[in-house]
Design a protein around this ligand. Structure first.
Ligand code: ATP
Ligand code: MG
Length: 442
């Protein structure tokens, strides 16, 4: 079984000291060259690997290869190799690929990873190791004249990330202990460069990922904004179509129904004058009253349908006029208070006005209130409208649960607010009055 090289192996005979010092100089130049070359390709792991094997092969010969541990921490794979001789390179590549990749097995080529020290194989130890590759590969390696193999662990921050493998063929002597120390020094520098390059690549991938995510976010935000603009445009169209329809109905009621009823009234008047007797005249007079009453109702319907004064006098005054019409003798007492600095856009005016109309109509129909107040103010890029009465109140949840057919006021208010991109809440308890609050964006 091979053993990792120990410190005492590095002692040099005195007689070779002179040769050694020249060689030391060359080696420190080689080290500098390796460091400079690796620094130049710091951002590219493949670049670092190919420089390492090329330089190490030229410094120490003959073949240099790097195997790296995968993320599982168990499998080691060949990632780069270099030899001036292409045939030898291809044989050694295949041989390294044929070695068992699992480093948990106590085999010579996993020893440098487990012990974190260089391992030198020659003679019978080398033959045993080659035997692990299978007959065909070991025969080819032997044919090349490989006589010495050096595995150096790639150590960085106290752990091993792979090995730097060196193969020597006939024509050069075995790796000396000094060669091994030098190779280990190269391996340590290379390990640091490989780790840094991988770190830079990971960081770059993260930055790319983040950029990609930011781009996606930006696109989503753009889509959302476009959808919001479309929704707004749709809402404006919807509101103006509704208002247009109401105006048309109002004109029809005015020009057609009211005129027709007025004509009936006139004819009835003439008929009454020519009535043959008092009793008959009385009867006609009662029909006349009904007609006048109907005309009054139609006029009030007209008033509800119309919203022309929104343009002329603004939202608050139009709501006030509507309340004055709805509560003619100021019962309940009503107030309309606005803190709006400017008039909102026509579609916002229309939405708020229709909501105010329905909530005030509900007060008139259901609340038996003594007082009702309407307030308008700006909030959060929108307008808040609140209608508060002190009447009998009601159980809102119960009304929603039962969803009585034909009672659509509350629901239509909710729908108007949400179509406009806002919200509406109804706060009511039996005998505690009712507050309808809504917000619509401007
Ligand atoms: N301000 C209020 N005070 C007391 N009860 C109310 C008030 N507003 C609504 N309600 C109750 O809630 C119910 C539902 O109101 P909603 O406006 O949906 O229908 P409606 O007014 O009955 O009919 P419609 O509005 O369709 O003409 C009413 O029938 C009433 O019982
Ligand atoms: Mg109602």
């Amino acid at each position: 079984m091979p053993r990792p090289l120990q410190e005492e192996d590095r002692a040099e005979p005195v007689i070779r000291r002179h040769v050694m010092s020249r060689r030391d100089e060359k080696r420190s130049r080689d080290l500098e060259e390796l460091s400079a070359s690796l620094a130049a390709s710091i951002t590219n792991t493949d670049g670092v690997l190919s420089r390492v094997v090329k330089l190490v092969s030229s410094f120490l010969g003959d073949t240099a290869a790097v195997r790296l541990l995968a993320e599982d921490g168990v499998t080691m794979r060949l990632v780069a190799a270099h030899d001036e001789d292409d045939t030898a390179l291809s044989v050694i590549r295949n041989a390294l690929d044929a070695l068992p990749h699992d480093i948990t097995r106590a085999l010579p080529h996993s020893l440098p990873v487990r012990e974190a020290k260089p391992v030198l194989l020659q003679g019978s130890e080398l033959r045993d190791a080659l035997g692990l590759m299978g007959g065909e590969h070991s025969a080819m390696v032997e044919d090349l004249g490989v006589h010495c193999l050096l595995f150096c662990p790639l150590r960085v921050h106290g752990h091993v990330i792979g090995t730097l493998d060196l193969w020597r063929r006939n024509g050069r002597g075995s790796y000396s202990q000094r060669d091994a120390s030098f190779a280990q020094e190269l391996a340590d520098r290379a390990a640091l460069a490989i780790e840094n390059a991988r770190l830079v690549e990971r960081l770059r991938a993260e930055v790319e990922d983040r950029k990609h995510n930011e781009e996606n976010l930006r696109l989503t935000a753009e889509l959302l904004q476009r959808a919001d603009e479309q929704r707004r445009a749709l809402m404006e169209n919807l509101v103006s179509a509704q208002e247009e329809e109401r105006r048309r109905i109002a004109v029809d009621v005015h020009d057609d129904s009211i005129q027709a009823m007025a004509a009936i009234g006139l004819r009835l008047q003439i008929l009454r004058r020519h009535a043959p007797n008092h009793e008959f005249a009385e009867r006609i007079s009662r029909i006349e009253d009904t007609v006048t009453e109907s005309i009054g109702r139609l006029r009030s319907l007209l008033f509800r349908l119309e919203s022309v004064s929104l343009e002329k006098v603004g939202l608050a005054r139009t709501v006030e006029r509507f309340a004055a019409e709805l509560f003619p003798d100021n019962r309940p007492r009503f107030t309309v208070h606005s803190r709006l600095a400017t008039e909102p856009a026509p579609h916002v005016q229309a939405v708020l006005y229709r909501i105010a109309q329905e909530s005030l109509t509900n007060v008139q129909k259901h609340a038996k209130a003594a007082e009702v107040s309407v307030k308008l103010h700006e909030e959060d890029h929108g307008i808040v409208l609140s209608t508060q009465d002190d009447g009998v109140g009601f159980d809102h949840d119960d009304v929603v649960r039962r969803s009585l057919p034909g009672h659509m006021g509350l629901q239509s208010m909710q729908e108007r607010a949400s179509i406009a991109g806002g919200w509406l809440t109804v706060d009511s308890k039996p005998n505690l009055g009712t507050t309808v609050r809504c917000w619509v964006p401007v």
